[in-house]
Structure formats: structure tokens, C-alpha cells
Design a protein around this ligand. Structure first.
Ligand SMILES: Nc1ncnc2c1ncn2[C@@H]1O[C@H](COP(=O)(O)OP(=O)(O)OP(=O)(O)O)[C@@H](O)[C@H]1O
Ligand SMILES: [Mg+2]
Length: 419
């Protein structure tokens, strides 16, 4: 149904419009608009929309769904001006993007699009985006913290003056325990010194499938996505505001609640976030995605130590070789890598010990940290949203991570004294 049809038909006032080159290219959007709005929506072309905003039919318009694909990327200026005109009239903008480059998406979000939904639309996503438009407080959502463990992130003066130690954890194969290590290392550091606790933050850069929030039972706050979509505008206050506190002692920057493309963010974005984090905290722990991305490099460069958990299997061995080769080819600082063998064989397992030695020799790496298998309690603790120190304090894995935290902290202290 076109807007002209609606205008002549005496149908309900328009609450929304799709705006696209050709709405037929987005048939799933048509279905979802019908489901959400019945007949109270119309469709417009890019060139019609601004004139339409001036018509009385547009008075009740709540939002436009601006649907674009790769072919529309050469019209960025026009798209930006549509967003600006809509914003000036208090009409919200949901961006529906099919195969659009991250740079263009970034630009349009920066211009003020309120929501972004990838196309083909995931089930229920348009509906959820519309709901959020209705509930989102202006201009930036304030943290709504429901879970009992969640408390506002401890306030820190801004701008910060610290020069925090950056510790990254990058699992070299799925499920090698990177997140378990990052979460528990962060918690052990945060609680290492009762009298003079270091300020610790944990950043989930596994943007798509990050599970830090799950492992600590924390909400994923709305501002996270907004910060990533415009890091240039971010200052220390906004960064601190987007964080959620765990037990008042650890500040957590979770992954966004939406699934976003890993390349939506750039090296500059990551550098800005890490730099601000390091001015505010003594330790910044980063959980990395297992894929190598363009912004792996800035993390590696800023990191003091880059932990790479592996397991004693062929997958880990092959991925280690690939990673080493890739980093060497790009002239990246390989020496920052510290290989961590998770689920390492027990001390008494001589056969296992020999396999570890062979693995290290054949890959030409040193395995400097070995973490034992902690059995079911490890997963159970994470499922309850608790660090091991709270769920299974005597667990061998916890003991080993606590030992590592103590070594790192001692190193930091002696460096600070030497400086
Ligand atoms: N040493 C260990 N002992 C027992 N269980 C462990 C150990 N390390 C990790 N686990 C369990 O293995 C599973 C995967 O761990 P985790 O999520 O930390 O891995 P990951 O490398 O972050 O995985 P992903 O690739 O999904 O990001 C979890 O259920 C975790 O509780
Ligand atoms: Mg993980």
C-alpha cells in the first residue's frame, strides 16, 4: 500500500513509514510492519520523504524505517539529510540495513538513527526495536539495574589520571576458557588487597557472543551500543556511565545487547575505549573474540600481557600456528603473547606432561601458565553468575587464577616502586 492510497482511503492515521529505494526488496520488512502496525503505515521513496513530512498526514508519524542495501551506499548524503529532517520533527529512525559497510552504518548512526536492525530481519527484531523507541528515555538510556548482584559502577573522578595495566585474554579455539579466565582474573585482582583494592574493569570485546555479562549475571546496558557507535563523542563520564558494577568492586563494560557486526567498530574506536579505561582503572581486563579482527592489533599493542588460552588438542595447535604466522606477517608484537594451557594435565600425569612438552616444542612456544581442570563446579558457578571465589573458593582452577593474579599484582607493585 502506498501513502497515496492511504491518503485517499480514510484508513487509520499513519504511525510509521518505510523509506527505501523499493520496498519490495525488503519483503520481510513489509510483513513485520504489517504485524506491528496493521494498516497504519505507508511506504515512501528517498526523494518523497522530506516533502511528505510537511503534509498533515505526517502529523502522527512516530518513526520511519529507513531500509537500505549496498546499492544505496552512494546516497549517503541524501540518507543523512533524511535522518536529520526526521530528527528535527521528532520522528524516530530505525535503520534497516542489508549488506551495508560498517563505515556507512557508523555514519548513519552518528547522524542520529535511533535503532539499527540488520536485514534479513531476525525474528521479532523490528517489534523489539519499536518497543525500545517507545521506552527509551531521552537522550541516553540511564542504567536500569535489576539483578541483585548489579550495582552502579563505582564512581571514579573524571578525567582520570591513572595509567592502568591492560591484560587481554584471547582464546585460540572456541571454549578454551578465555572468558572464565578473564572474569576470574578480574575478580581476583579486584579483591586482592582488602585495605587498598586496585580499581579493576573488565571489558567484553567479544561483541557478538560475549558472555561476561552471563558469567556475572549482569544486565547489558543500552548505552554500550551507543558508545560503540560514536566513540568520538565519548568522554570518561559517558564511559563510566555505560558500565555496571559487580558487587561494588568490579566495573564491567559488557557486550552490547544487540548482535552487531564485529567490523562495525574500528581500531580507533577500540583505542579510544581502552585509553579512557586505562586512565580510570589500575587494571583493565579485556575478553577478546576468538576471531582475528582489524582491531586485534590495537589491543595487542596497548596490552601489557596478551594471554592466549589453548588446550592440549589439534585445534589449538593448528590455530596457534595460524595466529603466529598472521601476527608475524603484520609485524605485530608477538612477544606479548603468553600461552595458557587450560585443562592442563595433573602433576602426576607423566604422559600428559610429556605431551605438553611436545606441543610447546613443535609450536615453538613457551607455555607459561597452566590451569587445571576444575570440573563441573566451574560451569555451575558461571551458570549462577558467580566468580569462582564465591561459588567454589577451594576449586583448583580458582587457586591457580588467584596465584596468577597475585603474581601480576606483585609485578605491578614493584614496577610502580621502581618508577
Ligand atoms: N579449567 C576449567 N575447568 C572446568 N571447566 C572449565 C575450565 N575452563 C573453562 N571451563 C568451562 O568450559 C566452558 C567454556 O569456557 P569459556 O566460556 O570460559 O570459554 P571461551 O574460550 O570464553 O569460549 P567462547 O569461545 O565461547 O568464548 C564453560 O562452561 C566453562 O565453565
Ligand atoms: Mg568467551
Amino acid at each position: 500500500m502506498t501513502t497515496a492510497d492511504i491518503q485517499q482511503s480514510g484508513l487509520p492515521a499513519l504511525k510509521a513509514c518505510t523509506v527505501s529505494r523499493d520496498v519490495q526488496e525488503f519483503d520481510l520488512l513489509i510483513e513485520d510492519m504489517e504485524a506491528a502496525l496493521g494498516e497504519a503505515w505507508g511506504d515512501l521513496g528517498f526523494d518523497e520523504v522530506r516533502a511528505f513530512f510537511d503534509q498533515p498526514e505526517a502529523d502522527e508519524l512516530e518513526f520511519i524505517a529507513l531500509a537500505i542495501d549496498a546499492e544505496d551506499e552512494d546516497k549517503l548524503a541524501l540518507l543523512s539529510s533524511i535522518i536529520e529532517t526526521a530528527k528535527a520533527r521528532d520522528i524516530k529512525v530505525i535503520l534497516i540495513a542489508d549488506d551495508v559497510t560498517p563505515a556507512s552504518l557508523h555514519q548513519l548512526l552518528r547522524d542520529g538513527a535511533d535503532e539499527f536492525v540488520p536485514y534479513p530481519l531476525p525474528e521479532g527484531e523490528l517489534h523489539a526495536a519499536i518497543e525500545r523507541l517507545h521506552t527509551a528515555p531521552e537522550p541516553v538510556a540511564t542504567p536500569q539495574i535489576e539483578q541483585p548482584a548489579a550495582a552502579p559502577a563505582p564512581a571514579v573522578a573524571s578525567p582520570g589520571t591513572k595509567d592502568g595495566v591492560l591484560l587481554a585474554v584471547h582464546g585460540l579455539a572456541g571454549g578454551t576458557g578465555a572468558t572464565t579466565m578473564a572474569v576470574n582474573l578480574a575478580w581476583e585482582l579486584a579483591t586482592i588487597d582488602k585495605k587498598n583494592p586496585p580499581k579493576v574493569c573488565l571489558i567484553d570485546l567479544d561483541l557478538q557472543f560475549g558472555s561476561v555479562a552471563t558469567y556475572l549475571d549482569l544486565p547489558r546496558l543500552e548505552p554500550i551500543f551507543e558508545l560503540w557507535s560514536d566513540t568520538e563523542a565519548m568522554d570518561a563520564d559517558m564511559f563510566m556511565h555505560a558500565m555496571v558494577g559487580y558487587e561494588d568492586q568490579l566495573s564491567v563494560f559488557t557486550a552490547p545487547s544487540e548482535l552487531i557486526p564485529l567490523d562495525l567498530i574500528t581500531s580507533d574506536d577500540v583505542n579510544r575505549v581502552l585509553t579512557i579505561a586505562r586512565t580510570q582503572f589500575d587494571y583493565v581486563i579485556v575478553d577478546m573474540p576468538k576471531t582475528l579482527v582489524q582491531w586485534t592489533e590495537p589491543v595487542l599493542r596497548q596490552a601489557h600481557v596478551y594471554f592466549a588460552p589453548v588446550e592440549l588438542d589439534m585445534r589449538s595447535a593448528q590455530n596457534t600456528l595460524r595466529l603466529k604466522r598472521a601476527l608475524l606477517a603484520e609485524d605485530m608484537p608477538l612477544e606479548k603473547l603468553r600461552y595458557v594451557l587450560n585443562r592442563a594435565p595433573k602433576f602426576t600425569d607423566l604422559n600428559g606432561k610429556a605431551r605438553v612438552k611436545r606441543l610447546a616444542e613443535s609450536l615453538d612456544i613457551k607455555i607459561e601458565v597452566q590451569l587445571p581442570d576444575g570440573g563441573k563446579p566451574v560451569t555451575q558457578g558461571a551458570d549462577h553468575g558467580l566468580p569462582l571465589a564465591s561459588s567454589a573458593s577451594k576449586n583448583p582452577l580458582r587457586k591457580e587464577i588467584a596465584k596468577l593474579a597475585a603474581e601480576l599484582h606483585a609485578l605491578g607493585q614493584s614496577d610502580a616502586q621502581a618508577a
